[in-house]
Ligand binder design. Structure first.
Ligand code: HEC
Length: 123
């Protein structure tokens, strides 16, 4: 019995770990058109930067979410109802178009340079 509970706990932790993985690259399906400049303002004004950093590159309190955020539906669903330490953003705080603009901002951030371009790591 105790073993079953333990196994269930592991399964829950493992499921959480999978969801926390950085999203894979690729075009998100049907992301609505967004204004990246406006998204930048919203990203700052709504405090996303405090945890995810100004470029969405990740910070002390939140993971990297740019330049390859989750597909838009998953992204929007997560921001509305996060499962971890992130506060939820309701439609009153951020309208659907606001999310689309922030999404456009994140998608247009620079890609990190490939690690092979780092001379200290390429010996
Ligand atoms: C107080 C810190 C904090 C703030 C503010 C915050 N986040 Fe987060 N966010 C997190 C943390 C921590 C996670 C990792 C999972 C969790 O604990 O919810 C996360 C996860 C996410 C994810 C899922 C990442 C993934 O790939 O699974 C998205 C998308 C996201 N945040 C977007 C945003 C946006 C957009 C805003 C602003 C509207 C925002 N966050 C504001 C802390 C924050």
């Amino acid at each position: 019995m105790r073993r079953a509970i333990f196994a269930a706990a592991i399964a829950v932790v493992a499921a959480g770990a999978v969801q926390a993985q950085p999203p894979s690259s690729g075009q998100p399906a049907a992301a609505p058109a967004g204004d990246a400049d406006r998204g930048k303002t919203l990203f700052t004004r709504n405090g996303c930067y405090q945890c995810h950093n100004y470029e969405g590159q990740g910070g002390a309190a939140g993971p990297r979410i740019a330049p390859n955020p989750l597909p838009f539906r998953g992204f929007a669903a997560y921001v509305r109802a996060p499962r971890g330490d992130m506060p939820p953003y309701t439609v009153k705080v951020m309208a659907e178009q606001d999310l689309a603009d922030v999404y456009a901002y994140l998608r247009t951030r620079a890609r990190p340079r490939d690690v092979s371009t780092n001379p200290l790591l390429s010996r």
